[in-house]
Design a protein around this ligand. Structure first.
Ligand code: ADQ
Length: 736
């Protein structure tokens, strides 16, 4: 519509300009012609009048002169007539003469030059043309005669021209604008909109909208679009058929299509609701408007692929400062913004709620409680109050959303929403609720220090299914429940019974969407290294949120140990640490970020040379494509988590290496160490062990790298995020 208005506006402007120029030209022609006619008529009049006046004037018969003047004025309908003597003073004249009694400059000039002349005089009662001619006696100039004519009609005539032309121009513009508007809208806009709608619908899998335009002008283009849509339809159909056939074959790889087909078969299109604290897209204000970004974090990485494949609704905290400005009246927005596939519903929290529920209880209590990273959890009663309140708020939003949905599937995510399953089930026992815990579950002893352990466990046990990354975390959880809550544990089924209610506990090692061939086979670009000034032969890469559980300080110590033990790497090796700022409202995280910077500077000072630094620290969020490029450029990816539920960075590195080169050095304390058998495992607390593993990785023969990388890639391809979600949803749906 904007374009239609723009085109119409442009045409109006051009036509308006043409009409304006045309009117200007016509008005100036008319003015010239009318003026010249008036001047010559005045000249003829003045000359014949001078002949009649001169004899009487020469004999000083002023009364005769006055009579002649009066007669002429009335017979020729003149505006005025005056006779001046040689000094320029008026000797006779009609009333209301538009020229001063002392003649003025024009009369003096005419007498001096002995040549007639004229000029326009503008007065409040109109415009006059005054023509002055010299009077003679014996060839001498003895006075002057001024003839004044009303010239107002010239101005009126010019105004008429403008008025008529503008009126005509305006009607022409109006007719043009309407015609263009109708033409563009009916012929072009409608046809293009229809073709776009047809392509969009085809992309979404609806092939019912025909691209045929109403105008034959677009027929060839529309024909081509219809063909593209048809072949897309056929390709989709073939992929979906293949996916359906593959469903029963356990060992064939899971794809987005296969997951979609699986959901259709298993859930009979029952809608899926994902609930998490972190939203998959954050909208922020910038100088040029609003921009969106994908926050760094494992849960978002994993679930985004699932939602893109299955559609549904994702409920999450709206944390961006422009989030409110882009949602509809229902606080919803279709995402991904560039190609919407599912709905994001935002929940609004006050700064106080965020402080207590997120920064406080989630980040300062539960996160360190579940990770063995030697950071003491902080338990504040006020935070617990906010946590309960916000869980209640999320529950209310979920219950509103599922009001008219029968047996909804609800996938609750992570430790921020531990109380949500029980809150949902209390009002909607028919809902099938799973809770996936993305971080480790500690030992029963470790968990027992939590003052609200019973309430948290009761909240979690509202779920029909609780998933962890590893069997170890499941075991820890069962032990914890056994110790804290009155319940019956069925070790055979790995279920917990409370009253009549059963919760299944299962490991689902999370993964990523193994990249499609186009993405994986893209040639990496070295520009990023040139921009950073990295010229070293060996590149060691670290990618993390700036979190103390990721062991970034320990990693740097490993690099320091390597450079001490193997001076041959000095000047030849760079550790590029990509660190996404995270939880900056929490003091511990701010301290940690400062420590990481300080440690990098210390090591750089110790070993650095003029054009080489051993550690490059890039503290910012990177796009998915930037990270893939770096994964492909690295010789070694170094993951040194002190404790990590899974660690998707390790899997992303393996998935990106379609060249089957590069080595993964991985902490034994990351869940991923159980899945990625081709990695060199280390204890990140030992700088010596990290250094030896790095050295082994850097000198590893290519054949060995291929062998290890192949194993890791096969495991990520085989157990990708689509399989993860299919297994989780299947387990949930089978509960009945
Ligand atoms: P995280 O602690 O966030 O996840 P991880 O699994 O490694 O850790 O996922 C991090 C994600 O963020 C990756 O997809 C990575 O690409 C991305 N990321 C990291 N740094 C980034 C940067 N600088 N710019 C852009 N993106 C960046 C939590 C648990 C993990 C668990 C996941 C999933 O702590 O143990 O694996 O959830 O369950």
């Amino acid at each position: 519509m904007r374009q239609v208005i723009l085109i119409t506006g442009g045409v109006v402007l051009v036509v308006g300009l043409i009409v304006g120029l045309f009117s200007l030209n016509q008005a100036s022609q008319e003015q010239i012609e009318l003026t010249s006619r008036l001047q010559s008529r005045s000249q003829v009049l003045a000359d014949s009048l001078a002949e009649s006046i001169e004899p009487a004037y020469n004999t000083r018969a002023t009364s005769t002169v006055q009579r002649i003047i009066d007669r002429f004025v009335s017979s020729e309908r003149l505006a005025g007539l005056s006779v001046f003597d040689s000094s320029g003073a008026m000797v006779a004249g009609s009333a209301n003469v538009p020229i001063s009694k002392d003649g003025g400059e024009l009369v003096t000039t005419v007498m001096d030059s002995d040549e007639s002349g004229g000029s326009f005089v503008r007065r409040s009662d109109g415009t006059y043309y005054v023509h002055v001619t010299p009077l003679h006696e014996d060839g001498r100039v003895i006075g002057a005669l001024a003839v004044a004519q009303d010239a107002t009609y010239i101005d009126e005539s010019i105004s008429d021209i403008w008025r008529n032309n503008l009126l005509r121009g305006f009607s022409q513009i109006l007719i043009f604008a309407i015609a263009i508007f109708i033409l563009v809208r009916l012929v072009f806009y409608r046809a293009i909109t229809r073709m776009v709608a047809s392509l969009q619908a085809a992309r979404r899998g609806n092939f019912g909208i025909d691209a045929e335009p109403s105008s034959s002008f677009f027929e060839p283009l529309a024909g081509e679009i219809s063909k593209v849509a048809r072949s897309l339809h056929q390709a989709r159909h073939a992929a979906s058929e293949e996916a359906r056939m593959r469903l029963e074959k356990i060992d064939s790889p899971w794809t987005a299509e296969r997951l979609k087909e699986f959901i259709r078969m298993y859930l009979k299109d029952r809608p899926i609701f994902v609930v998490s604290n972190r939203e998959p897209y954050v909208h922020t204000k910038t100088k040029n408007g609003t921009k969106w970004s994908v926050p760094a974090g494992g849960a978002v990485t994993a679930l985004e692929s699932v939602m893109e494949a299955c559609g549904g609704t994702w409920i999450a905290h709206g944390s961006g400062d422009a989030d409110k400005s882009v949602v509809d009246a229902d606080d919803k927005i279709a995402v991904p913004p560039e190609e919407p596939k599912y709905t994001l519903k935002r929940v609004w929290l006050t700064p106080k709620e965020v402080r207590g529920y997120y920064s406080g209880l989630s980040s300062e209590a539960l996160w360190p409680l579940c990770h063995m990273a030697h950071v003491r959890p902080l338990f504040r009663a006020e935070d617990w109050r906010e946590y309960r309140k916000v869980n209640g708020l999320f529950a209310k939003t979920v219950l509103d959303e599922i009001r008219n949905v029968e047996r909804p599937i609800i996938l609750v995510q992570d430790y921020h929403l531990a109380l949500l399953p029980a809150l949902i089930k209390k009002s909607r026992p028919d809902a099938q609720v799973s809770l996936f815990w993305h971080i480790p579950w500690p030992s029963a002893e470790q968990f027992s220090i939590c003052p609200w352990r019973k309430e948290i466990l009761q909240g979690m046990l509202g779920a029909d299914l609780i998933g962890f990354h590893t069997q170890q975390y499941c075991n820890n959880f069962i032990d914890t429940v056994g110790k804290e809550i009155e319940s019956r544990i069925d070790y055979e089924q790995y279920s917990i019974y409370r009253n009549e209610y059963r919760t299944l506990i299962r490991p689902f090692p999370i993964s990523i969407a193994f990249p499609g061939s186009a993405e994986a086979h893209k040639e990496p670009s070295r520009k990023v290294l040139e921009d950073l000034g990295i010229t070293s032969r060996h590149l060691v890469l670290g990618v993390d949120r700036l979190d103390y559980t990721k062991g970034i300080l320990e990693r740097f110590k490993g690099i320091e140990f390597l450079l001490d033990a193997h001076p041959e790497y000095r000047g030849n090796l760079t550790m590029l640490q990509i660190a996404a700022p995270t939880r900056e409202s929490v003091e511990k995280y701010r301290e940690y970020a400062a420590q990481v910077t300080g440690e990098a500077e210390r090591i750089n000072k110790k070993f650095g040379a003029k054009d080489w630094k051993p550690i490059m620290l890039e503290k910012r969020n990177h796009s998915h494509d930037e990270l893939i490029n770096l994964y492909q450029l690295a010789d070694v990816c170094l993951v040194t988590s002190l404790h990590d539920g899974m660690n998707l960075v390790a899997k992303e590195f393996a998935a990106a290496r379609s060249d089957e080169s590069g080595v993964l050095v991985l902490s034994q304390f990351a869940g991923a160490s159980r899945d990625l058998k081709g990695a060199i495992l280390i204890n990140p607390y030992s700088a010596e062990e990290t250094s030896s593993a790095l050295h082994a990785a850097l000198i590893m023969p290519k054949a060995e790298q291929h062998r290890r990388m192949k194993t890791m890639r096969a495991s990520v391809r085989d157990y990708n995020i689509y399989r993860w979600s299919a297994e989780l949803i299947k387990a949930l749906a089978l509960i009945g």
